[in-house]
Design a protein around this ligand. Structure first.
Ligand code: ADP
Ligand code: MN
Length: 174
């Protein structure tokens, strides 16, 4: 099945800038920002709230059903802190955002994360969990690691993705 526009995953540890990047990219390109957090909540793709981890217990089948229609159509920016559940055939680019630990610490602290959740996310970033997950789930050539430390960096990340998008459109023009 061919798409007239590509689907892009923007992933990374919480606090690396997925939502900021997704919103800006959507604004610049007209692609649709799909906040998976919001879909999980609004369409009830979960089996309740996990109080210990302060997050929804996601029902992945329900979630995939909820976004399948959009994904088939193409032109989605999928914003989530996991990427291994989306079928390979849906995805054209996987952006893994990274931040140094000092920066990430400050951002998560500002969110008033519990010490346990803060530590879990810092470990995840240090261990490159999302980068590994992306590389294991998709062809390496569609996985791009980008630093998300300051606004200039975010600006150049967005420009890079826009250039990739232009190229994709040229390559896939019918
Ligand atoms: P995520 O969606 O990955 O959890 P957010 O986009 O919500 O991350 O970003 C978390 C916080 O860090 C926000 O306050 C955001 O403004 C800030 N932030 C993220 N990336 C950058 C960046 N590249 N430059 C400056 N601030 C950033
Ligand atoms: Mn977010």
């Amino acid at each position: 099945m061919s798409r007239s526009l590509p689907n892009i995953i923007i992933t990374g540890t919480p606090g690396t800038g997925k939502t900021s990047h997704s919103e800006l990219l959507a604004e610049r390109t007209g692609l649709r920002h799909i906040s998976v957090n919001k879909v999980v909540k609004d369409k009830e793709c979960h089996e309740g709230w996990d109080d210990e981890f302060q997050s929804w217990i996601v029902d992945e089948d329900k979630l995939l059903d909820a976004i399948e229609e959009d994904a088939k159509q193409g032109g989605c920016i999928i914003d989530w802190h996991a990427c291994d559940l989306f079928p390979k055939s849906w995805i054209d680019l996987v952006v893994v955002l990274r931040a140094d630990t000092a920066t990430l610490y400050d951002r998560l602290k500002a969110r008033k994360y519990s010490e346990a959740k803060l530590q879990e996310n810092m470990d995840s970033e240090i261990m490159e969990v999302l980068l590994q997950e992306a590389k294991e789930s998709y062809d390496e050539e569609i996985v791009v690691e980008l630093q998300s430390v300051d606004t200039d960096g975010m600006e150049s990340n967005i420009e890079r993705i826009e250039q990739w998008l232009d190229q994709w459109k040229k390559n896939n023009a019918s």
